[in-house]
Design a protein around this ligand. Structure first.
Ligand code: MN
Length: 459
């Protein structure tokens, strides 16, 4: 346990010598404990070193939605917490939008506000904190709340940074030419649909639509998608954003990312295959995207940054996508998991089974900062709460695939589950769960919670 009054900035990580030291401070000290006992459990996703933001409502309550911070198996209700004494003079203005339930307004305050509040929350929730007596009644059990979307998502952009995914999928459609020549120069993306981004737990209705004409047929098919798939992604949520016409430079880009969540960008592969040329993804993508409830801030992720590297022989990025800081620590080292529970498994009392594991650092060809710099280089404005999907984060081996399209080799090779059931694509009643965490020697493990959705039959 960290002694009270430990000087700020004392904690140093040998592995991160040479990285910007402002990013690692006493809030990341692995020895720091909380007076919330469940936050000290070794396997919790939400120790005092994490402190992610989410939007919740007490189950069965008519009270307005609140912003809270996850701590162990509890949520600190920031409306109630803001009314308590002990915050000093600088913190109460930061708590005003949060107490009002408006995470977007806090996101708009930018990185300095985010860091100042993190310091205050870390102090307030640390073991021995003088605020314990005042804040203990502001806790509510996570088991007693419903989680919504963390913020208003004005715009959603979906990128395609998973080079192993892009190559594997490209091979299915273009065996002789899997990766198009722009891929290693341009972070590929398209503008998605924000209205159908839903919080974890929301059921996913199987979409209907057109499919390519069957062999010998002269008209397209129409009906429920037969190739419903998941996409294992990260969601990057934008902080303050930029004015129209004013690009964000790569060295300012990380500060513009408020936080990271798990993101399942559901895909109807058969609809997508028929519709996607020449303008790109449309109804095969826009029926739903699920996001996990807790936004893990870039500050919480500071101990888990990793170098941005390119394989030998690959081009280095153009100057506007390149910087010393991005090369040293632009990537995120996040371990990802895909789990599946079929209806038959659920009825038999079997838990979700692991179907894939991946690593964001291995999978991503571009860093979050590069996505922000690229998105805004033409002057496009990002606004607080905007969402950037990473693209499917498949690792280099087939077992690390972030989609069933890859795991089943285009639907040709079913995967077999522990109870003997087989899957090429998702069936009605299947529950898909994404999970993620960060760990490394010398740092406290932090996690992202989970992002779940169950497939409902088509209308
Ligand atoms: Mn996607």
């Amino acid at each position: 346990m960290s002694p009270p009054g430990r000087p700020k900035g004392e904690f140093r990580s040998a592995q991160h010598e040479g990285f910007p030291m402002t990013s690692i401070d006493h809030t990341h000290d692995p020895a720091l404990m909380s007076w919330v006992a469940s936050a000290n459990a070794a396997d919790t996703d939400f120790p005092v070193q994490n402190l992610p933001f989410g939007r919740f409502q007490r189950t069965g309550s008519d009270a307005a939605w609140r912003i809270g911070v996850a701590i162990g198996d509890q949520v600190l209700d920031l409306q109630q917490a803001a009314a308590q004494p002990g915050w000093g003079t600088d913190v109460p203005p930061l708590l005003v939008p949060l107490a009002a339930g408006d995470l977007n307004a806090f996101m708009a305050m930018g990185g300095a506000a985010r860091r100042a509040l993190r310091q205050a929350l870390s102090q307030a929730l640390a073991a021995g904190a003088p605020q314990q007596a005042a804040l203990a009644p502001c806790l509510v059990a996570q088991s007693g709340v419903e989680m919504g979307l963390p913020c208003r998502i004005g715009d959603y952009t979906d990128f395609y940074v998973g080079i192993h995914h892009a190559t594997a999928v490209g091979k299915i459609f273009r065996p002789d030419n899997p990766l198009l020549p722009n891929y290693k120069w341009v972070p590929i993306g398209y503008h998605g649909r924000a209205s159908s981004v839903v919080p974890s737990g929301t059921p996913i209705r199987r979409p209907r639509g057109q499919t390519a004409p069957a062999a010998g047929a002269t008209t397209p098919g129409f009906g429920p998608s037969q190739r419903l798939d998941l996409e294992l992604e990260l969601g990057y949520f934008i902080g303050a954003g930029n004015a129209l016409g004013m690009p964000i430079a790569i060295d300012d880009a990380d500060d513009q990312v408020f936080g990271v969540a798990l993101f399942n960008d559901w895909s109807a592969r058969d609809l997508q295959a028929w519709e996607y040329q020449p303008l790109g993804p449309f109804l095969g993508k826009s029926f739903a995207s699920s996001v996990s409830p807790w936004l893990v801030t870039l500050e919480a992720l500071a101990p888990f940054r990793a170098p941005f590297t390119r394989p030998d022989g690959d081009p280095q990025p153009l100057p506007y996508l390149d910087s010393a800081a991005n090369r040293a620590a632009g990537a995120l080292d996040i371990q990802l998991q895909v789990l599946l529970q079929t209806a038959a498994m659920r009825e038999a009392g079997l838990p979700p089974t692991l179907v894939s594991t991946s690593s964001a650092a291995q999978a991503a060809y571009w860093t979050p900062g590069q996505l922000v710099a690229h998105h805004t280089v033409n002057g496009c404005n990002l606004r607080p709460g905007d969402l950037l999907g990473s693209g499917t984060l498949s690792g280099p081996t087939p077992a690390q695939a972030g989609s069933l399209l890859e795991l089943s080799q285009g639907g040709k090779q079913p995967i077999t589950l522990p109870n003997g059931e087989q899957r090429t694509f998702l069936q009605d009643g299947d529950t898909l769960v994404l999970a993620g965490h960060c760990s490394r020697p010398g740092a406290r493990r932090i996690g992202f919670g989970s992002c779940a959705g169950t497939v409902l039959p088509a209308l």
